[in-house]
Design a protein around this ligand. Structure first.
Ligand code: MG
Length: 218
């Protein structure tokens, strides 16, 4: 059973659902040729997809094109439904570094057929995740630099200030659909620069003030 850790808190948190936002940075929407969405693009990864820092990504044998997407992860600390934007930050316990691994070839086929994305997004090890820093340690979650390197080559370099939907709006919109419980995690979308990873790659994702995450590909 995966667990998650909030730095400074001895309690081991059992992760709940991982609610992910797609298409939240304009530069990434353009690189995949998608349209800017009117409503949020939401999907869920199961908690079994979590891979701890230092872990090994296992790319399923039904894909030949696994992409990295570095994302700011938000840990929910207080349960709520229909949370208002004005009080949304009261529900945030901490922030972490996540990689939304995506089997792009599989996702493209699913999209073309109008089928769900879970087999492209929710497989075991599809969610590498760092420890979380307490929310109080982050001065402004909308001004953080995100980078991702593969074998020391910079692939992604963005800033959370470029999110189209910001965290309070994301929490409000998601909690109007799903009750958000303590231990749930939200992935807030990726900036441009996504690309493939292959066996033997060393992947490092960093977010300023939040921390870093190092994983390898089996
Ligand atoms: Mg993503």
């Amino acid at each position: 059973m995966p667990s998650i850790h909030l730095i400074g808190d001895n309690a081991v948190v059992r992760p709940g659902k991982i609610v992910c936002l797609g298409r939240n940075y304009v530069d990434h929407i353009k690189e995949l040729g998608n349209e800017v969405p009117d409503a949020p693009v939401i999907f869920i990864k199961p908690s079994t997809s979590i891979l701890a820092d230092g872990g090994e990504i296992i790319i399923p044998d039904y894909s030949n094109d696994c992409h990295h997407e570095v994302e700011l992860a938000v840990l929910i600390g207080k349960t709520g439904r229909n949370i208002r934007t004005e009080t949304a930050f009261n529900h945030v316990a901490g922030y972490g570094v996540a990689i939304d691994l995506t089997l792009r070839d599989v996702q493209s086929r699913q999209k073309a057929k109008g089928l769900p994305w879970e087999i492209a997004k929710g497989f075991d090890t599809a969610c590498p995740l760092s420890d979380f820093v307490p929310a109080a340690a982050i001065s402004d979650p909308h001004n953080l630099t995100l980078t991702l390197t593969v074998n020391d080559t910079l692939r992604q370099n963005g800033n959370t200030g470029l999110m189209m939907r910001q965290i309070p709006q994301i929490i409000a919109e998601i909690s109007a659909i799903f009750t958000l419980e303590a231990g749930d995690i939200i992935l807030t979308g990726t900036p441009a620069g996504v690309g493939p990873i292959v066996s033997g790659d060393k992947v490092t994702a960093k977010i300023s003030q939040v921390g870093e995450l190092r994983v390898t590909v089996a």
